[in-house]
Design a protein around this ligand. Structure first.
Ligand code: SF4
Length: 164
């Protein structure tokens, strides 16, 4: 796996759970069984029907507006570190292909909140560090330890990690 193969989902899992990143990289895909993921897809579909996703290979973002701001719609109620890292990752990928994204605006339709993230040098450094970290985790021989049971609540990989 190369740095260019790391996409937004890898970055999301890097921040949510390193074990999840490792499982995902090995083709484990239980998302379709999980109602939280289905809700996320429904919120996404009804919130941005008129915009076009931008395909950057491994990364696929919801929308890039004419002012070069990335827009991402989230199903959760408030911003998380994973959301922010993912948005920064998309800006980094856009800069790599010559699109000077100014930053990202995260949309939370459930609570009608938005969060603006300005992209600059520190964010670019963070994106590079995240990619390096994700590569180190998903090329390891063994998965990281489970999170605590309470931290796993709602995770779509619950059956894989807690079947014993
Ligand atoms: S169930 Fe818990 S340990 Fe397993 S991938 Fe999900 S969050 Fe990580």
């Amino acid at each position: 796996m190369r740095p260019d193969d790391i996409g937004g989902v890898h970055i999301k899992y890097l921040y949510h759970c390193r074990r999840q990143l490792w499982l995902y990289a090995r083709g484990v895909r239980p998302e379709h069984l999980n109602s939280a993921v289905q809700l996320g897809e429904a919120v996404h579909d009804t919130s941005y029907q008129r915009s076009s996703p931008v395909d950057l290979g491994a990364a696929r973002l919801d929308h890039l507006d004419g002012g070069q701001w990335v827009h991402e719609v989230k199903s959760s109620a408030r911003p998380t570190p994973a959301d922010e890292a993912q948005a920064i990752h998309y800006c980094y990928r856009l800069h790599q292909v010559g699109v000077p994204a100014h930053g990202a605006i995260l949309h939370y339709p459930k609570t009608r909140r938005t969060k603006k993230i300005v992209y600059g040098g520190p964010e670019a450094d963070r994106a590079q560090q995240d990619i390096a970290e994700a590569l180190a985790i998903l090329t390891a021989d063994r998965p990281a330890q489970r999170l605590s049971r309470s931290a796993c609540r709602g995770c779509s990989f619950l059956d894989y990690c807690w079947s014993d």
